[in-house]
Design a protein around this ligand. Structure first.
Ligand SMILES: *Cc1c(COP(=O)(O)O)cnc(C)c1O
Length: 367
């Protein structure tokens, strides 16, 4: 277990970080000093290298705030005044995209697949054929609401066949699932510090096609969340943020990137997460729990389980007892079924999942 923590976070972020990531925060940094700005530049380069082989065509921007701030900075900066956004949603994070567009008064066309429905790219094809006003398409890669993985490569193919800009919320998947954003034809990809890179919360990042980002100058509907301005400052001033940045968090993130490399990169991390997920599901099935999703749509990031039949089961009591045993899990987030969620990401391994299942077995208070 991570030093200094009374419990493991089996949550999709903030998540369990390594002791060395936590230790990396024990120094104060000056935001405009070259030591710190050099760190920022190294992070930006490493992020692009993780995202694609075609590094010259892409660039990275870091943005203060939680992941949603970065999503909002893209929506508010990338879609022009006369633009229209198509959103494919099957959960809370997809719905949040629509909400953000509504706040900015950006017209949307929404394909709502339902909370547990899978995405059919043909629906996007039909929509784009019907509605010529749409300029941008946006989808969530791993919908953390349920743990469902969406067919981003197929959606990218459809979006590009119609000549649209393609934006992906890869918040909970980037760094934990291998893909090349150039192959998937993603123009803007959004993720954050406290998910699969295994840093601590405090900023998000956007990896963008350089030419598409350059086209966004002067378009932002928010000053603080102006993606283009943030990028331009980082480019021009070699890693300077416009406003105060979360320096300790940034230093910890750099350490987390080194640890991702040491683990063997995204492919190796993906294998560990997938092993966590398999171990968890096998153990939970053994003691009578059913996963919510079919295996074909299940991500290695987070797993939803349906409540046991017994009316004696309450999430509050379940949560409390597991916390006492050293595990913090997540409540469900859908209305279609009573579920709870267990994160498979962070500085955790299959042995931790085994220990969790043992703890759950010991706490079958509802039987
Ligand atoms: C975590 C997450 C976000 C961002 O959530 P914040 O609470 O703002 O960090 C956005 N989309 C997805 C799919 C996520 O998993």
């Amino acid at each position: 277990m991570a030093a200094g923590n009374p419990y493991l976070l089996l949550t999709p972020g903030p998540l369990t970080t390594s002791p060395t990531v936590k230790q990396a925060m024990l120094k104060d940094w000056c935001t405009w000093d070259k030591d710190y700005n050099g760190l920022v530049q190294a992070i930006r380069q490493k992020l692009v290298a993780l995202a694609t082989k075609d590094a010259d065509a892409y660039t990275a921007v870091l943005m203060q705030g939680s992941g949603s701030f970065s999503v909002e900075s893209v929506i508010g900066s990338v879609i022009p005044k006369d633009g229209k956004l198509a959103v494919i949603t099957n959960g809370a994070y997809g719905n949040r995209i629509v909400q953000m567009a509504n706040v900015y008064g950006i017209p949307t066309a929404v394909i709502d697949c339902g909370e547990v429905g899978s995405v059919d790219p043909r629906q996007l094809d039909d929509l784009l054929a019907r509605d010529a006003a749409i300029t941008h398409v946006m989808a969530v890669h791993c919908e953390t609401t349920t743990g469902m993985l969406n067919p981003i490569a197929d959606l990218g193919r459809v979006a590009k066949a119609h000549g649209k800009v393609f934006i992906v919320d890869a918040m909970s998947s980037f760094g934990g699932i291998p893909f090349d954003m150039a192959d998937w034809q993603i123009d803007f990809l959004i993720s954050s510090a406290n998910k699969c890179i295994q840093g601590v919360p405090g900023f998000g990042f956007i990896i963008a096609r350089r030419d598409e980002l350059q086209a966004c100058k002067g378009q932002a509907r928010s000053l603080s969340l102006d993606l283009y301005d943030q990028w331009e400052t980082m480019e021009r001033d070699n890693g300077k943020w416009r406003f105060t940045s979360p320096t300790h968090v940034v230093r910890a993130f750099y350490q987390a990137l080194l640890e991702l490399e040491a683990e063997g990169g995204i492919a190796a991390r993906h294998e560990r997460y997938a092993a966590n997920q398999r171990t968890l599901v096998a153990g939970m099935k053994r003691i009578g729990f059913k996963p919510l999703l079919e295996e074909a749509h299940q991500s290695p990031i987070i797993t939803s389980f349906v409540y046991p039949e017994s009316s004696a089961f309450t999430f509050a009591e379940f949560y409390k007892r597991l916390k006492e045993s050293g595990f913090v899990i997540y409540p469900g987030k859908i209305t279609a079924a009573d579920t709870f969620r267990i994160g498979n990401i962070g500085d955790v391994e299959p042995a931790d999942m085994e220990r969790l299942v043992t703890a759950i077995t010991q706490h079958q208070f509802w039987r």
